[in-house]
Design a protein around this ligand. Structure first.
Ligand code: NAD
Length: 353
């Protein structure tokens, strides 16, 4: 298995180093993993003048999976847009055709107090959001800012083809089959034609998955339901912009952004795996970031790209164990638990493995 490792900016290097510790354990036990490092984001710009250097793209295309830390930092915010770190991320997703973004929102019972919602509303929470990642208003043409009738207007195009909807719907139904067999499709079909097509195509795909119970919600209602009664959801499938917003909202139900992994998959289950958080420049270089989202991203890599459920379970169980043992990085620390550094947390997970 060839793995491209792209630590990126800010805390990226620190958190990816902990995930690599886990991979090294598996390697010592005989797993055939080859790791090769590349630059992305601000470090890509610094080293090669491009947030997605050609060498990194080549490495990532040749790899079976990509492990990414995070990109971005205030020192890059004044660069021309195409040179900004975040553009590197958008480009690699598009170049690798990673159209299905899987974002679990899972609450560990010991961390129920960290959520901003009442523990009884969130305890036991286990949602998977499947967000379409390469289409919609983020990529639709035409787009721009221009002068019309003497004033500036900004415009973007919300667009989905039926094949784009169909392929992400298949991913979502497939995941629902392996979980609670309930899928909720989220759109705004009461107002948007693009959403009307989305709803129709998802309903067509549903015929191939008779065991999965399909429901639909308008995005405004879905946002409300996510905070009112989030445990009603099993799997949610939605477009790029709605998924962007709802998945951030769902991540907060579980308290810490430092706990949540993600996967972005192509048609052949090749994937890029990364924590959902950013480069956290405010805590970079201090060895205090929470590496668990990145370590759990490695578990997702085993589950979705390597189809090795046993190893995925083993990594997730090691994380559960360190949480149950009371080890906490600063972001999830509460009175009575043991505060550890980023590297300390990595060592505890390795010990638990
Ligand atoms: P952020 O996720 O980096 O940080 C938000 C807050 O959460 C900060 O207080 C940070 O300290 C904390 N935090 C984040 N990850 C943490 C972790 N693992 N452990 C402990 N605390 C953690 O979001 P932001 O501050 O809005 O953005 C910072 C930079 O990251 C920006 O340049 C932004 O563009 C970029 N960004 C990148 C990605 C990505 O690489 N996928 C995602 C979001 C933001």
């Amino acid at each position: 298995m060839k793995l491209a490792v792209l630590p990126g900016d800010g805390i990226g290097k620190e958190i990816v180093a902990q995930a690599v510790k886990v991979l090294e354990v598996l390697k010592r036990e005989g797993a055939g993993i080859e790791m090769e490092y590349g630059n992305i984001g601000g470090v890509g710009y610094d080293a090669e003048g491009d947030p997605l250097p050609e060498s990194t793209l080549k490495l990532s295309k040749q790899a079976d999976a990509v492990l990414l830390g995070a990109v971005g930092g205030p020192q890059y915010d004044k660069l021309d847009r195409p040179l900004r770190p975040e553009r590197g991320l958008l480009r690699i997703r598009k170049e690798l055709n990673l159209f299905a973004n899987l974002r679990p929102a899972l609450l560990y019972p010991e961390l129920a107090g960290a959520s901003s919602l009442k523990p009884e509303v969130v305890s036991g929470l286990d949602i998977m959001i499947v967000r379409e990642l390469t289409g919609d208003v983020y990529f639709g043409q035409p787009r721009g800012i221009e002068i019309r009738n003497g004033e500036r207007v900004g415009f973007n195009t919300m667009i989905y083809s039926e094949s784009e909807v169909r392929r992400v719907a298949h991913v979502a139904f497939g995941i629902a089959m392996k979980r609670g067999k309930r899928l909720c499709s989220v759109e705004k079909a009461n107002v948007l034609e693009c959403s009307e097509l989305w709803r129709d195509v998802v309903a067509e795909v549903a015929k191939e998955y008779p065991e999965v119970e399909l429901s639909s919600l308008y995005v405004d209602n879905a946002a409300m339901q996510l905070v009112k009664n989030p445990k009603q959801f099993d799997v949610i499938v939605t477009g790029n912009i709605f998924g962007d917003i709802l998945s951030d909202q769902a991540s907060m139900l579980s308290g810490s952004i430092g706990m949540l992994p993600s996967a972005s998959l192509d048609e052949n289950n090749k994937g890029m795996y990364e924590p959902i958080h950013g480069s956290a420049p405010d805590i970079a270089g201090k060895d205090i970031a929470n590496p668990l989202a990145t370590i759990l991203s490695v578990a997702m890599m085993y589950r979705y790209t390597f189809a090795d459920m046993a190893t995925a379970d083993r990594i997730e169980n090691a994380v559960k164990k360190v949480i149950a043992q009371g080890f906490r990085t600063g972001d999830i620390w509460t009175e009575g638990t043991t505060r550890v550094s980023c590297s300390g947390m990595g060592d505890e997970v390795v010990a638990a493995l």
